[in-house]
Write a protein that binds this ligand. Structure first.
Ligand code: M6R
Length: 608
């Protein structure tokens, strides 16, 4: 989704903003722009396309020397991607420029009010109303104008504003959209997330909802909704800039696939002591699980599919009824959830609008909340009652891989902890599970070795227009993630099906050459899955079998076998998903797709 960078300081702001915008590319965008104050005049340069297009356009203007600028990447919501709809947007008097992430829900009524007062609109965006409204409220103090303006806005926003009147000052505000401010020496920088600011400083503060700030070279002042000055905790980024760079890999996605063992190990190690789950860093307690009636997992996309694996293992081990809910549906479905229930929110970014809204609904109804989240200090982490961080490190590719794997690990820990709390697993049994869980990083590295075989298979099947992923139980949950990966990276239509469900209609789509990828890693249902596979093979499908069994390709069953290591069935998604990520990756590469920034997608979806 959209990204913001703003810099004011001792250096030329233009290269700092451009470098920040490059770092935000992974969030997904279709246009970009920059506003600078040079010689007390405002200059805005923007374009549809990529940051490199903006970079070239800026160069064509000759050298720009300024110590203050704001920049933006736009992911279109109101109005198509175009030069004119790109941010920054300028006020009528041409002296105010603003960038905005989020959606202004009352923009139509504001637009009518502003048009009646003589303001003319040039774009189709909701953001342009903010620029004009700001001008209407401006009486010489930008911060006060922003505070008055935000009081009139409904919706979500992170906003940055520069004015020609105050050439070394940026004012900014936030509600339901992330914004952080990096604190440097003689320079300060705002950004939508850490990669945008880390080139300048590792120290940062997190703006809370309804807070506004004035950022100058000398310092940062933050105000709450009442206009009172508030002091903020300074956080320090605990990873290096190289973690957000490709490090010799062609794509971030491949780098992140290869980093999965580490992500899983870093997530597990601090939480397993003497082979038992140790949740002391969270606010989880055995009582919470002893008495809980239902667990509701809420999440979107891959995080939801990690939740589906979580549902299986929590129900199997702890015997607590568990629902994995699509977050965007949850709050509109009048969910049956109250103080007897636990809501587990799963999110890499911790900023997904639908997930946050679902969590807030669960809280409103009295449920306790646990966030399994990767981004430290994100909204989900701050608003949940307890937090279990996945230590996957920065994930840059839009398609999640290592964060998903880390989410699975966190789910396993919760399941074992819940089962022990309920007295269903003895210490000895729990230790057995933890031992298997701790073995996963090594086994994940083992599966990465299927890379060449998977690349070969991708070369054969990259031209197929439709693919089915099938499995039962945990394999079905993993199949759903596998199918999403293929869709988003290679734009190949694919569906995930419970293997036993195909025969109830969808098998009519199987014909000569349809690619079916079958996951079969649970001994209890292996034979049943094989029967389902035989039925698609008999109808002409090409079948890739992903299994931990020692089997070879058999003309009646499958064309190829991807052999993965054995673990207990409940944990098998952590291994079966790896060749599926690789398959999606290589098919995407063969089809010439933009692997790290697939079309139409955003890394963090901060609008509903
Ligand atoms: O940041 P989140 O984990 O909340 O994001 C949820 C989904 O948007 C995300 O998993 C999405 O489905 C990914 N692109 C999948 O690779």
């Amino acid at each position: 989704m959209c990204g913001i960078v703003g810099y004011v300081g001792k250096n030329n702001a233009v290269p700092v903003i451009l470098s920040g915008l490059y770092k935000l590319e992974y969030r997904g965008y279709d246009s970009a722009g920059i506003a600078v104050i040079e010689n007390e005049a405002l200059k805005v340069i923007k374009t549809k396309g990529r940051i490199k297009d903006l970079d070239e356009k800026i160069r064509s203007y000759g050298e720009i020397n300024t110590n203050c600028a704001i920049g933006h990447t736009r992911w279109a919501t109101h109005g198509a991607p175009s030069d004119v709809n790109s941010h920054p947007h300028i006020s009528k008097n041409g002296r105010i420029a603003i960038v905005h992430n989020g959606i202004i829900e009352n923009f139509l009524e504001l637009r009518e009010m502003l048009e009646a007062k003589g303001f003319e609109f040039v774009s189709q965006t909701d953001t342009e109303v903010v620029a004009h409204l700001f001008e209407l409220n401006y009486k010489g103090n930008a911060l006060e104008a922003l505070q008055d303006t935000t009081k009139q806005l409904r919706g979500s926003y992170a906003i940055g504003v520069v004015t020609a009147d105050a050439p070394s000052e940026i004012v900014c505000a936030r509600k339901d959209n992330p914004l952080i401010i990096g604190i440097g020496e003689g320079e300060n920088i705002l950004g939508s997330d850490i990669p945008a600011i880390i080139g300048t400083t590792k120290n940062y503060i997190i703006l809370n909802d309804n807070e506004t700030a004035r950022v100058t070279c000398e310092g940062v002042e933050v105000y709450n909704a009442l206009g009172d000055n508030v002091s903020k905790e300074i956080h320090v980024v605990d990873w290096d800039i190289s973690a957000a760079e490709k490090g010799g890999y062609e794509h971030f996605m491949m780098k992140e696939i290869c980093e999965q063992a580490k992500a899983v190990k870093d997530t597990l190690s601090p939480r397993i002591t003497k082979l038992l789950p140790n949740m002391s860093e969270t606010k989880l307690s055995p009582e919470m699980f002893k008495n809980v009636r239902n667990i509701h997992i809420v999440a979107c996309g891959s995080a939801l599919y990690a939740g589906l694996v979580g549902k299986h293992i929590i129900e199997k081990l702890a015997r607590i009824p568990c629902l994995a809910n699509v977050a965007s549906e949850f709050r509109y479905n009048d969910p049956i959830i109250d103080e007897n229930d636990l809501c587990i929110v799963v999110s890499q970014s911790g900023e997904t609008a639908d997930t946050l809204a679902a969590m807030r609904e669960a809280k409103k109804r009295g449920a306790k909340t646990l966030a399994i989240v990767n981004v430290v200090g994100s909204s989900a982490a701050r608003e949940a009652d307890s937090v279990l961080y996945t230590w996957a490190g920065p994930e840059i590719a839009v398609a999640t891989t290592k964060a998903y794997s880390a989410q699975l690990s966190a789910m396993y820990l919760v399941a074992v902890y819940a089962a022990m709390s309920k007295g269903i697993l003895t210490e000895e049994m729990a230790m057995g599970y933890c031992k298997e869980i701790m073995d996963l990083p090594e086994l994940i590295d083992e599966v990465i070795k299927t890379r060449e075989q998977v690349q070969y298979l991708a070369s054969i099947y990259s031209n197929r227009s439709s693919t089915f992923f099938i499995g039962r139980g945990i394999d079905y949950a993993a199949a759903q993630e596998a199918s999403l990966k293929l869709k988003e990276i290679s734009y190949v239509h694919s569906e995930a099906y419970a293997a036993g469900e195909l025969k109830h209609g969808t098998i009519s789509l199987i014909e000569d050459g349809t690619l079916v990828v079958a996951l079969a890693n649970d001994d209890d249902v292996y034979e049943k899955t094989l029967s389902n596979i035989k039925s698609v093979k008999a109808r002409g499908a090409n079948v890739i079998l992903v299994t931990n069994k020692n089997v070879t390709a058999d003309p009646e069953i499958c064309d190829h076998v991807i052999k993965i290591p054995k673990t207990i069935a409940e944990l098998s998604a952590s291994l079966s998903i790896v060749p599926m990520q690789l398959l999606a990756y290589y098919i995407g590469v063969y089809r010439g797709c933009d692997i790290d920034m697939p079309r139409n997608l955003a890394k963090s979806v901060t609008v509903e």
